[in-house]
Design a protein around this ligand. Structure first.
Ligand SMILES: NC(=O)c1ccc[n+]([C@@H]2O[C@H](COP(=O)([O-])OP(=O)(O)OC[C@H]3O[C@@H](n4cnc5c(N)ncnc54)[C@H](O)[C@@H]3O)[C@@H](O)[C@H]2O)c1
Length: 258
């Protein structure tokens, strides 16, 4: 008999970066599946937009800067008190500060590590303290953690560190029946990408075709990902359909890192 539930009815999830892009799309998809979701982001106005966009259901917007461990702990406590015990966690908050190697601003370097590594650490630590057996975590990394990209040193290094961190967490938590996996998106149409692409039409054509001068291959599937493409993979790894998968990084980039 092959009948398995995706998620326990009424489960509670915490999603960071829920104010925008991939995090907002993941949160909306989880709410659509009947989960109650605590939406964490440092951007209060963006959180309000996500709440408005979500199908009616149980949401809790918790303005949180994930670089602050006490704020993350307080957000998980609020989620537990107001929605119920947290079973699933998605860490999607991230920052991108591109620059050539010799021009990296020390502040941008520090912020990249504080958010993309430190923030993920705080979320993993709080998940370890609170998740029950059967719980799961998905951290959103990047295909830049897998292949080198020109101008992406701070971002790629921090995302690779987050991937290593998540896999160690998954190993430590496996004995408690908690799974930790990663989704590594490639080029995805979100506000983060819009900030990187002042001329979107030209940049999209270049991303699809590749840039040999920058040692960058194109995207074999010939399209830029929608946030929904990434959310589908996040939901799969988060759900009981992936109950025997842990410590894995799923690259979702149309084949760009072949
Ligand atoms: N868009 C892409 O092409 C792409 C590609 C690969 C990986 N990613 C990764 O996917 C994730 C989501 O990115 P996106 O494209 O949706 O970006 P986005 O900029 O649209 O959303 C990121 C969200 O994270 C929040 N955030 C940033 N720092 C925070 C902090 N300290 N505390 C709490 N919230 C914070 C922002 O306010 C924002 O709402 C990121 O981790 C990003 O690195 C994106």
């Amino acid at each position: 008999m092959f009948a398995r539930r995706d998620f326990l009815p009424g489960s509670v999830a915490v999603v960071t970066g829920a104010g925008s892009g991939i995090g907002a799309t993941v949160a909306a998809a989880l709410i659509q599946r009947g989960l109650a979701v605590a939406l964490l982001d440092r951007d209060v106005a963006a959180l309000a937009e996500t709440v408005a966009r979500c199908a009616p259901g149980q949401t809790l917007a918790v303005p949180t800067d994930i670089t602050d461990p006490e704020a993350v702990a307080a957000a998980f406590a609020a989620a537990t008190e107001q929605l119920g015990p947290v079973r699933h966690v998605v860490a999607a908050a991230g920052v991108l500060r591109p620059a050539p190697l010799t021009e990296i601003d020390p502040l941008d370097w520090a912020i990249s590590w504080q958010v993309n590594v430190g923030g993920v650490l705080h979320v993993l630590q709080e998940s370890a303290r609170r998740l029950p057996e059967g719980g799961s975590v998905v951290v959103v990394s990047s295909n830049a953690a897998v292949v080198p990209r020109i101008g992406m040193a701070s971002y790629a290094a921090s995302k690779a560190a987050a991937a290593a961190l998540t896999r160690v967490a998954g190993l430590e938590l496996a004995e408690h029946g908690i799974r930790c996996n990663l989704v590594a998106p490639g080029t995805t149409a979100t506000p983060m990408l819009a900030a990187l692409w002042p001329d979107p039409a030209a940049a999209e054509a270049q991303a699809l075709a590749g840039e040999p001068a920058k040692h960058r291959l194109g995207i074999p599937l010939g399209r830029i990902a929608d946030p929904e493409d990434i959310a589908d993979s996040v939901l799969y790894l988060l759900s009981d359909q992936a109950r025997h998968i842990t410590l894995q990084q799923l690259v979702v980039d149309g084949g760009a890192t072949l």
